[in-house]
Ligand binder design. Structure first.
Ligand code: GRF
Length: 242
């Protein structure tokens, strides 16, 4: 019998006594939405990890972008995952972060999304969005936070002359690149580095770290205490009592 784990995020299985086996299976699947604006290499890595079962029972059900035609949308389509462009310049949301946030939340709620993974989403989320998905929004940032937050992290690290930088996966809160840290990994800065070369090596590390961190969260193996995210050991094999 295959081992099944309870996800840390989805609805509690068995909550509905009339549930069919399909309902129960659906209830233990964490539904992930990836939000991205750019090339989409992290989105692609998450889609690949999910399709190989490396995110446990989680499924990427949606990719949302604020940039039409970006690589992330194309990656989702290639993977057969719904790719949704939400136009930030549309009437009713243009220049209104709260209104745009409400449109995003509605799109995610409609698809019963449990966990939001930001992967290069170049837009600050509204407080309403963060509240709606409290403790269920992860972000990846190309530096060792709290060093070098913001949109130019790789260039800022190079300009500062650090010898080691890296990447951080953290829960998102209302401040930019600020929430509790789930995982970090180092990347050395090399003598000949420019921004593109360094960012390329950081991304290669991100593609491994982000799926690992997401898996910890969906397996319910993280507990946030203040700013610290404590990680518990991997669950053992399922024990069947007869
Ligand atoms: C990544 O380096 C990520 O850390 C940052 O934005 C970049 C996105 O790259 N938030 P890609 O679009 O996934 O290639």
């Amino acid at each position: 019998m295959g081992r099944r784990h309870r996800t840390g995020i989805g609805p509690e299985p068995g909550a509905n006594p009339g549930a069919t086996p399909d309902d129960i299976l659906a209830a233990v699947t964490t539904r992930i939405a990836v939000l991205a604006s750019g090339a989409g290499t992290n989105a692609e890595a998450l889609l690949g990890a999910a399709s190989r079962g490396e995110l446990g029972d989680a499924e990427v059900v949606l990719l949302v972008s604020d940039r039409d035609g970006c690589g992330a949308l194309a990656a989702a389509r290639r993977a057969g995952v719904e790719a949704l462009f939400v136009d930030p310049a549309a009437p009713g949301v243009a220049g209104d972060r709260d209104a745009y946030g409400r449109v995003l939340v509605a799109a995610l709620a409609q698809r019963q999304v449990d966990l939001v993974c930001l992967a290069g989403f170049m837009r600050i989320l509204s407080p309403g969005f963060i509240t709606a998905y409290e403790s269920r929004v992860l972000n990846i940032h190309p530096a060792l936070l709290p060093a070098f937050p913001g949109a130019h992290a790789v260039a800022d690290a190079l300009a500062w002359g650090v010898k080691i930088t890296g990447t951080t996966v953290h829960f998102a809160d209302e401040a930019v690149d600020h929430g509790p840290i789930v995982a970090q990994a180092c990347v050395p800065v090399l003598e000949g580095d420019d921004e593109a070369a360094l960012h390329g090596r950081i991304k290669a590390v991100e593609h491994r770290l982000y799926p690992e961190a997401i898996r910890l969260v969906i397996e319910g193996r993280t507990a946030t205490v203040g700013r610290r995210v404590l990680v518990t050991a991997a669950p053992g094999p399922e024990v069947v009592h007869r």
